[in-house]
Ligand binder design. Structure first.
Ligand SMILES: NC(=O)c1ccc[n+]([C@@H]2O[C@H](COP(=O)([O-])OP(=O)(O)OC[C@H]3O[C@@H](n4cnc5c(N)ncnc54)[C@H](OP(=O)(O)O)[C@@H]3O)[C@@H](O)[C@H]2O)c1
Length: 266
């Protein structure tokens, strides 16, 4: 089989560089394009050198029409504005997208690409988090009276808070109880209130140092607490998950997919 051709949007970023490194190390994958912002300090640098894996012969280019070349799949770890600006340039390429912090309206614009090609969107491409989402839903449903509190930690450079993963975990717990997250979410509790409402889901964000990404979900009742969690020890977990999704998306029908589909979870 011919190598799968991939373009990376956000190729100069923390996650994008790990995606580039793994593509260049994989015989079944071919790096077709590496894309960053028009004002990037790394513009036109060699994508492999930037990723720390040596000369690749492919320079990082700006986001502009035609920037993704003939790539079959575009992998995106960038910014909401960059992802939205990239949509018209995707043509028929599949999209594997991990950028977080999009509004519901912006998510709908991204999802519209699924009319033309497969779209795999995930707030967290780590397979461990995909399994955690399942576990949290099961625990929240089995313990309907218990208090759910979610605490996430990330590095000081992360722009959106709470994390997309924390929101996905909260949504999974709410949905498992037949709740709408908007009606039960309590973000970063402060001040004097009337105490904790039954069914409330607390969500709290810590920003510190170089934390790659940690999520802890407490499900607390009278006399005991269940604690479920996930620790990303390196960004390779996101890069490898996104590449697994890219390989899986090849030949799939145009539609919106999640990492559950990629992992074959029921
Ligand atoms: N789904 C997941 O598994 C997962 C995991 C980790 C992070 N994330 C999310 O992925 C995103 C990226 O995270 P990160 O830590 O890699 O961020 P980062 O290091 O800040 O990288 C952002 C990338 O976006 C590029 N960019 C910025 N403006 C652009 C523009 N106008 N056009 C094109 N590219 C542009 C940057 O390029 P230049 O600045 O060089 O132009 C850089 O390559 C965030 O939303 C983060 O929350 C998702």
């Amino acid at each position: 089989m011919e190598p799968l051709t991939i373009a990376v949007l956000g190729a100069t970023g923390r996650v994008g560089r790990r995606v580039v490194a793994h593509i260049l190390a994989s015989e079944d994958l071919e790096l077709q394009a590496a894309v960053c912002g028009p004002d990037s300090a790394a513009l036109y640098e060699d994508a492999g050198r930037l990723a720390g894996v040596g000369f690749s012969g492919l320079a990082v280019g700006p986001l502009e029409p035609g920037c993704f070349g003939e790539a079959e799949v575009v992998i995106d770890f960038s910014l909401p504005g960059a992802l939205l600006a990239a949509l018209p340039f995707l043509d028929g390429a599949a999209l594997v997208s991990g950028t977080t912090g999009l509004s519901a309206e912006e998510e709908a614009l991204v999802a519209a690409h699924a009319a033309r090609a497969p779209v795999v969107r995930a707030a967290n491409f780590s397979t461990g988090v995909t399994v955690l989402l399942d576990l949290v839903a099961r625990a929240a449903a089995a313990l309907p009276e218990a208090d759910v509190e979610i605490v996430e930690s990330h590095h000081r450079g992360k722009l959106d808070a709470p994390s997309g993963t924390a929101l996905a975990l909260a949504r999974a717990a709410a949905a498992a109880r037949g709740q709408a997250l908007d009606e039960v979410a309590c973000y970063g509790r402060v001040g004097r209130g009337e105490g904790r409402a039954l069914g409330e889901i607390g969500i709290h964000a810590l920003r510190m140092g170089d934390v790659v990404g940690e999520h802890e979900v407490w499900i607390a009742g009278q006399g005991d607490r269940v604690r479920l969690g996930h620790v990303a020890t390196s960004r390779d977990t996101f890069a490898l998950g996104a590449l697994r999704a890219a390989r899986w998306a090849r030949g799939k029908d145009p539609a919106s997919y999640t990492m559950r589909d990629v992992l074959g979870l029921p």
